[in-house]
Design a protein around this ligand. Structure first.
Ligand code: DX5
Ligand code: ZN
Length: 231
């Protein structure tokens, strides 16, 4: 019998992406997914430069905190340059801050900056970004975020080659002995989340699959059932 990836027995986190929420009712939408069982709120920041789309900045993160949201906020920066926004998001109430290494001139410095500001640093790797970026960073980060679509838009199809990458990163994380979350972002649905979990992910971003569903709680429950079945 082959050993199961360590992640299957660990806490799985569901992270709804606000990108697919109704922005006119954002506070209520975030409350609704938390009531539905979400563990953290995935906050997609796009700058129309690093990615061809434009979303929201620290003001909106701060507004969610002022609205009374206490759940961890998982800020996914798809911006270039990165560093200027780190302090702003930390001040606005971010819990985790992840960035794309190719968008930063000094990756080690950006990681340190995020931690100095009291947030947990993560590195995001696009579908064609090699895992070599983890060679000199894994000891410093708390999260690896693997993109299973090209960043910029919600509602895209999951790229199956990501599964192999998830297995490889799971191996590296387990070998490191450090407590590092392995998050996957893009095209995750009830019908493929089990495979993503079985490959070794422990944190699952889902935008359109949750916010596009009629019953958020039923969708989150169905996702958890698939993750449990994968274990
Ligand atoms: C894509 C974003 C994702 C996106 C996921 O650039 O980083 O977080 O919102 O949306 P779905 O789950 O619809 O693919
Ligand atoms: Zn994202």
């Amino acid at each position: 019998m082959t050993a199961k990836p360590a992640s299957v027995s660990r806490n799985s986190w569901i992270a709804p992406s606000i990108l697919s929420a109704d922005f006119a009712r954002l506070g209520a939408e975030v409350e609704a997914v938390i009531d539905a069982g979400a563990d953290l709120i995935h906050f997609d920041v796009m700058d129309n430069h690093y990615v061809p789309n434009l979303t929201v900045g620290p003001l909106v993160c701060e507004a969610l905190r002022k609205h009374g949201i206490t759940a961890p906020i998982d800020v996914h920066l798809m911006v270039r340059p990165v560093d200027r926004l780190v302090a702003d998001f930390a001040k606005a109430g971010a819990s985790w801050i992840s960035f794309h290494p190719e968008a930063s001139d000094h990756v080690d410095r950006t990681i340190a900056l995020i931690r100095e500001h009291g947030c947990r640093p993560g590195l995001v790797l696009n579908p064609a970004t090699p895992l070599a970026w983890l060679d000199h960073t894994l000891e410093q980060i708390d999260l690896v975020l693997l993109m299973s679509v090209n960043p910029g838009f919600g509602g895209q199809a999951f790229i199956p080659a990501t599964l192999e990458k998830i297995r490889a990163v799971r191996g590296r994380i387990d070998a490191s002995g450090r407590d590092i979350r392995l998050e996957v972002d893009g095209g995750i649905k009830v019908d493929n989340i089990g495979r993503v979990a079985a490959a070794g992910a422990d944190t699952f971003v889902a935008g359109s699959a949750i916010f596009g569903s009629r019953d958020y709680a039923a969708t989150v429950r169905a996702m958890r059932a698939e993750i449990a079945a994968a274990g």
